[in-house]
Design a protein around this ligand. Structure first.
Ligand code: GDP
Ligand code: ZN
Length: 455
């Protein structure tokens, strides 16, 4: 429990209907009462009940009409006694209110300090603190829902349960190693293999759910690639349902990478329209092609665009060769014209995740494309299962997954339980880091410093 009582404006600065000033710490209710004049002081009201009244300055002169409420320790956001004063927006009232509180001895809250106190009082763990941040920063409905699940502790619970199962299995394996002749029921080979299979399945699912959550919060980057004039810019415009990119019949019009946001089924997408891939005619085009390759590097999914109305050529094959080893869909565009490109021919260009025929000009197949894009990256089954996780938490899960897979492989090859034990330990320490169990203060600081003041 912290001794200092902190205060801050918890709503955004600037003109707004209301502005909420929050207090947390042992003097919250008392100091709120120094400024608040209602029918009864907060000290005599039930917690969590809004009281109507006025705020007064030192001279006793009212300066705003407000609602005030207090929360008992253990039943508030921070876990401490808290109070809130809902002033009129527009900064002046809230500023006078805060100045009054500071004059009484409240300390201005640091960025993220309310959430940090929630953590210190054991109300939330650090994974949940990350989720609070993700909630505030969410830019899509799906991202928001994923953050809410982690906030409710889903990620922490699942990671904790996986960690405990790993500990249990380690104990069994190590008991067999340390005391091979004891009366402990030894783990048979098939039992160990089965236990590892189930743990690895859990780790894979958890990784996929968190990866989806991360994609939902960051957005899925999608690069449109192909030789010039196949209709990449037209496709961008059709997806956005507005003319954004310049469309011309002159090949090589798009020379820089255009980036545009779009959302489908609550999933944020960033579309990257790129310069056409071909042997460059001049230096500007060569630069554009470099940018295209950069865009391809950071894309989560690429769309290989082909012109269905003309025979495939070397430029198509060269563009396709850039996509080998990257997840992509093959799009045969200009379906409104008579078609000279067959399905098999298009498929043979590169091992893609799927083939779609569409017409950017007529807007045909655009909805199916959006659906296919989300499916290809997220997998439709996982969309509602997404869990919010930070990039570093996802990295830890990747380690857990590969350590368990490695243990499985070793056991399958009969390489012994001692190696499996080492891999289990590795998986466990990655989960410790994910759950912030090693009590790294610097890490906690880093998380809370990313919050805004008042949260
Ligand atoms: P980009 O160079 O790949 O970006 O191609 P553009 O989008 O600039 O299009 C090149 C040309 O193809 C333009 O004249 C477009 O009007 C035309 N085009 C694009 N999509 C279609 C389509 O679906 N059907 C038809 N008939 N023409 C299209
Ligand atoms: Zn273009």
């Amino acid at each position: 429990m912290q001794n200092e009582t902190i205060a801050a404006l918890s709503t955004a600065l600037g003109e707004s209907a209301i502005a909420i000033v929050r207090l947390s710490g042992p003097q919250s209710r008392r100091w709120a009462d120094c400024l608040f004049r209602g029918r009864r002081p907060l000290a005599e009201t039930e917690p969590r009940f809004m009281s109507h009244g006025r705020l007064v300055d030192e001279a006793g002169e009212p300066f705003d009409e407000v609602l005030a409420v207090w929360f008992a320790p253990g039943r508030s956001y921070t876990g401490e006694e808290m109070a809130e004063i809902h002033c009129h927006g527009g900064n002046m009232a809230a500023r006078l209110c805060l100045e009054g509180l500071y004059a009484l001895g409240a300390r201005p809250a640091r960025a993220g300090e309310f959430t940090q106190r929630a953590f210190l009082s054991g109300r939330i763990d650090l994974a949940q603190a990350e989720a609070v941040l993700a909630t505030i920063r969410a830019r899509s409905e799906a991202g928001l829902k994923a953050a809410q699940k982690s906030l409710a502790g889903h990620l922490s619970l699942l990671a904790t349960s996986l960690r405990e199962k790993i500990l249990d299995l380690s104990a069994l394996v190590e008991a067999g190693l340390d005391y091979p002749d004891e009366e402990l029921p030894p783990l048979t080979g098939p039992e160990l293999a089965e236990a590892l299979r189930s743990l690895s399945g859990e780790a894979h699912l958890l990784f996929d759910r968190c990866r989806t959550g991360l994609l939902l919060s960051q957005g899925i980057a999608i690069a449109l690639v192909g030789k010039p004039n196949v209709g990449k810019s037209s496709l961008l415009n059709a997806l956005l349902a507005r003319p954004r990119a310049l469309v011309t019949a002159v090949a090589g019009t798009t020379r820089d990478v255009l980036e545009e946001p779009l959302s489908h089924r609550g999933v944020p997408l960033h579309l990257l329209d790129t310069a056409g891939l071909r042997v460059p005619l001049d230096e500007v085009e060569a630069l554009g092609i470099d940018r295209t390759l950069e865009a391809l590097e950071r894309a989560d999914l690429a769309l290989l665009v082909l012109d269905g109305s003309a025979p495939l050529d070397d430029d198509d094959r060269r563009a396709a060769s850039r996509l080998v080893g990257r997840p992509h869909l093959t799009l045969v565009n200009k379906a409104d014209l008579s078609q000279l490109v067959g399905d098999d021919e298009a498929r043979a260009l590169s091992p893609s995740l799927g083939l779609l025929r569409l017409s950017a000009r007529q807007g045909e197949g655009i909805d199916a494309l959006k659906e296919a894009v989300v499916d290809a990256v997220v997998g439709s089954g996982l969309l509602d299962e997404a869990l919010n996780a930070s990039a570093s938490q996802l990295e830890e899960l990747r380690l857990v997954r590969s350590a368990l897979d490695e243990a499985r492989r070793l056991v399958r090859e009969g390489l012994g339980e001692d190696v499996a034990a080492a891999n289990l330990a590795e998986a466990r320490s990655a989960l410790d880091r994910l759950l912030f169990l090693d009590g790294d203060d610097a890490l906690a600081e880093r998380i809370f410093s990313r919050f805004c003041v008042g949260k």
